[in-house]
Design a protein around this ligand. Sequence first.
Ligand SMILES: Nc1nc2c(c(=O)[nH]1)N[C@H]1C(S)=C(S)[C@@H](COP(=O)(O)O)O[C@H]1N2
Ligand SMILES: [Mo]
Length: 362
Amino acid sequence: MRVWFRDSLRSNKAAMNARTVNVAILLLLAFELATGLGSFLAGDPDGRWLFWSHRAGGLALVVLLAWKTGIAARSYRRRGVTVGTGLSAVGGLLLLGSLATGVLWANVGLPWVPVPVLGSWTVLSLHVALSLFLIPLFVAHLGLRWPRPSREDLIGRRAVLRMLGLLAIGFVFWRIQEVLSALFGPTGVRRFTGSREEASFAGNLHPVTNWLSDPIPRIDSGHWRLRIHGEVERENGLSYEEVLALGGAVRQAALDCTGGWYTVQRWSGVPVVALLERAGIKDGARSILFRSTTGYSRRFSLEEAGDLLLATHVGDEELSAGHGFPLRLVAPSHRGYGWVKWVSEVQVSRDPAWVEPPLPLQ
Ligand SMILES: Nc1nc2c(c(=O)[nH]1)N[C@H]1C(S)=C(S)[C@@H](COP(=O)(O)O)O[C@H]1N2
Ligand SMILES: [Mo]
């Protein structure tokens, strides 16, 4: 009787611990998803806390993994091979892969990884892909395995304190890791986004990056025109020579790709406000859309127009085909995916700037 009682107490305690660890992992994964996606939207140093949080949360997950391995092993011994444990195993591997690529990317330079069919990826892009694949598996795992967590489990005082504690541990680990990586890791400056520098002030030498295989168009500048239309008094089209004649403004700015690299360049071309002044903006206009000949487009609020430049040149060189010849957008404080290449259309509109997916889906 006594022995039974002690055993049941012990297994109760194990179950409690498992539940606590599982809930903490669930919350941390949600936190990582939110801060990870958020970090892709942050192009300005004001958003740097998103990157710090993501790193601390990731390392807290690494710490919890030690417990989780024990829980998973117990559960496997109980259940054996089933669809559920199979799914969990795949999910576990993805989670390990996601954490490993995250840590690897933060510490070991920028090795490009060949990915079949999709070309060359950075370890960071791999990290993002593994993490996104993890979502459906994790949801399935929750559905199959879980006693539903209570409100108390998720947002009770103890749960919140536990999360803060875990994040604090993750934060300390992150600081230690930064020191080690500064001592033994690759040299070179990282931006607040974690991106590493590639070929600054070297004309067209930085990497060519296209969001989900937008093929490079070869544009004949003799036939190309820049069309300005929408909520303007005078719709018009400009030839390449006319754009060059309006050009000459220079902006130094960092192009920072979510793939994990950045380049600082002196871009030159036409300030967007110069085009807007020529065309005259109608009352009620709120945003400007820049559209590429490839169909790719991004929208900006009209208040931002003063920061934007349509560049014909990078450094002393004409833009190469890969970098957007004849015209590309320079959008300081926006991540690289905002810097539309091969721009052939500027459309002023009454829509607010947020009427588009926060990340390009093309
Ligand atoms: N039309 C078009 N513009 C684009 C892209 C694209 O795929 N198509 N990729 C964007 C992304 S994700 C980045 S990081 C920058 C890269 O610019 P680069 O190739 O000149 O380095 O261009 C942006 N502009
Ligand atoms: Mo990018």
